[in-house]
Design a binder for this molecule. Structure first.
Ligand code: NAP
Length: 484
């Protein structure tokens, strides 16, 4: 079964298992909803535990052949996937808009970013190196080789349905692993389209299996309990990450976790306010605020806070809101629950004394809209400063000293990314080193780059995706003691 939801792009709606597109074993399907209209736009196979274990069988059967495939050949296939993705970037972007809601411009940016993971890991596939050392005794050699870790379960969220999949599939395939991808139930179509594109690029049957399923807990538990599965790579909420880590612990499975964020923006006393506003706008509003890297708390030096808030309010208030395909800058949120949660956080902040500079309420239905919002004078204790907002709301809080800003920024269980604005590079670097986060952007509102190690500290995650580090997550080092 397929859907022609997007002109020029036929998307399979069954499971991809061992190179075949098959229905769920019990025939079950689930709906995909367009967040701009709240209407059902497609339905896809709802994978069962039996389907999940059949995907493990397929990945297991394909594993020896793929691990033995020359790195140059694996690289060529990934490069073909990159080319196909770029060729179809507009169609894929439209598909993302239809099931996720984001603006077309954001979706196009995502497809290009997603494709780059195939190109980057095509280049990395031929650069997996080992090491030979001399034992301290001088009597023998210590040889270390890197081998594919084995079958990987990849679980992805709905906010970047293409990029979170390719950021895992790219390095896994480059390293010689076979995978089972379980996409988020809100956005399975993009993952299925990526699966089809990889097959077209020449990925052998069974190397990539795609398993949409609303039974995520049961499916993940069954796959992780199978001793043939050696790797879990998860991107999603910290709450689900914790649950999965417990399951993985029962089977001692290597786990990479890309979890929630609560990114602080620090606008220091000597910042260029216009640069800071432009950076904060990008860090806050890219993807309508539905990003783990989204600016969640804006700490601005007291001497700049009035000017910053006014300019940010004007910029955010000027953003057009509407269905992603109409050219609007900000699309709907993913579902009704997301709108409700964002509004609760805003109303709680207002009840604690925050001032609404712009926005402050849900938009017009039938889609799931929230008006782009700036809140001033937000209490440091407001819930909105402590929780991931995942919506187009920017809470501004004043501070007096760099040390105070650092302490506020670090006062969270999260540690994914921070943003610092200052015209003094030495000062910005000093502050960056004191921030408890896996990534820092200085004078810019975007850090994501396929060539860079992306990931968090504290409860934002374990491990890195992207860069050379991202490939190592899918390898195991083996030490061979050698006398020669
Ligand atoms: P989520 O609710 O944690 O879901 C993520 C994925 O996990 C989905 O595929 C979901 O499937 C699945 N899942 C849910 N419960 C599960 C369980 N008990 N066992 C196994 N899998 C389960 O997160 P989300 O709402 O999709 O995404 C938003 C979150 O992702 C935010 O917290 C955001 O910060 C985080 N995120 C982090 C990064 C990063 O790189 N650090 C990047 C993007 C997003 P179903 O959809 O079927 O429930």
């Amino acid at each position: 079964m397929t859907t022609d939801l997007v002109a020029g792009l036929t998307v399979p709606t069954n499971l991809l298992r061992g190179g075949a597109w098959v229905p769920a074993e019990d025939g079950g399907r689930f709906d995909v909803v367009d967040p701009a209209t709240a209407q059902v736009i497609a339905d896809v196979a709802n994978g069962t535990v039996t389907d999940a274990l059949a995907c493990v069988d397929a990945a297991h059967e394909a594993a020896p052949g793929w691990a033995a495939t020359a790195p140059r050949e694996r690289a060529s296939i990934l490069l073909r996937a990159f080319d196909l993705m770029v060729e179809r970037e507009r169609e894929l972007a439209e598909l993302i808009v239809r099931e996720n809601g984001k603006s077309f411009e954001d979706a196009l940016g995502e497809v290009r970013y997603a494709a780059e993971f195939f190109r980057w890991y095509a280049e990395e596939a031929v650069r997996v190196s080992g090491e030979v050392r001399t034992a301290p005794s001088g009597n023998n050699r210590i040889m270390v080789v890197r081998q594919p870790i084995g079958i990987a379960l990849l679980i992805t969220p709905w906010n970047f349905p293409a990029a979170m999949a390719t950021r895992k599939i790219g390095p896994a395939l480059a390293a010689g692993c076979t995978v089972i991808l379980k996409p988020a139930s809100e956005t399975p179509l993009t993952a299925l389209a990526v699966g089809a594109l990889l097959a077209e690029a020449g990925v052998p049957d069974g190397v990539v299996n795609v398993l949409p399923s609303r039974r995520s807990g049961a499916v993940a538990e069954a796959v992780l309990a199978d001793p043939r599965v050696r790797k879990l790579s998860f991107t999603g909420s910290t709450e689900v990450g914790r649950t999965l880590l417990k399951t993985a612990a029962d089977h001692v499975i290597s786990s990479s976790m890309e979890l929630g964020g609560n990114a602080p923006v620090l606008v220091l006393e000597d910042a260029d306010v216009d640069v800071a506003v432009a950076g904060a706008l990008l860090a806050k509003m890219r993807n309508g605020g539905e990003a783990c890297t989204a600016a969640n708390r804006l700490y601005v030096h007291r001497s700049l806070v009035a000017e910053f808030t006014e300019k940010l309010g004007a910029a955010i208030g000027a953003l057009s809101v509407g269905p992603g395909m109409t050219g609007a800058a900000v699309g709907p949120l993913v579902n009704a629950a997301a709108v409700e949660k964002v509004d609760e956080l805003v109303q709680e902040a207002v009840a604690r004394g925050a001032r609404v500079v712009v926005g402050g309420q849900a938009g017009e239905g039938p889609g799931f809209y929230y008006r782009p919002t700036v809140l001033a004078d937000v209490s440091v204790d407001a819930q909105i400063a402590g929780e991931e907002i995942f919506g187009p709301v920017a809470p501004v809080i004043a501070f007096d000293t760099d040390d105070e800003a650092i302490a506020l920024a670090n006062d969270t269980e999260y540690g994914l990314v921070s943003y610092v604005f200052s015209q003094d590079l030495a000062r910005a670097l000093r502050v960056s080193e004191a921030l408890e986060s896996g990534m820092v952007g200085i004078n810019r509102g975007v850090v994501s780059d396929p060539a860079a190690p992306f990931g968090g500290v504290k409860q934002s995650g374990i491990g890195r995706e992207g860069g050379h580090e991202g490939l190592l997550e899918y390898t195991e080092s083996k030490y061979i003691a050698v006398d020669w």
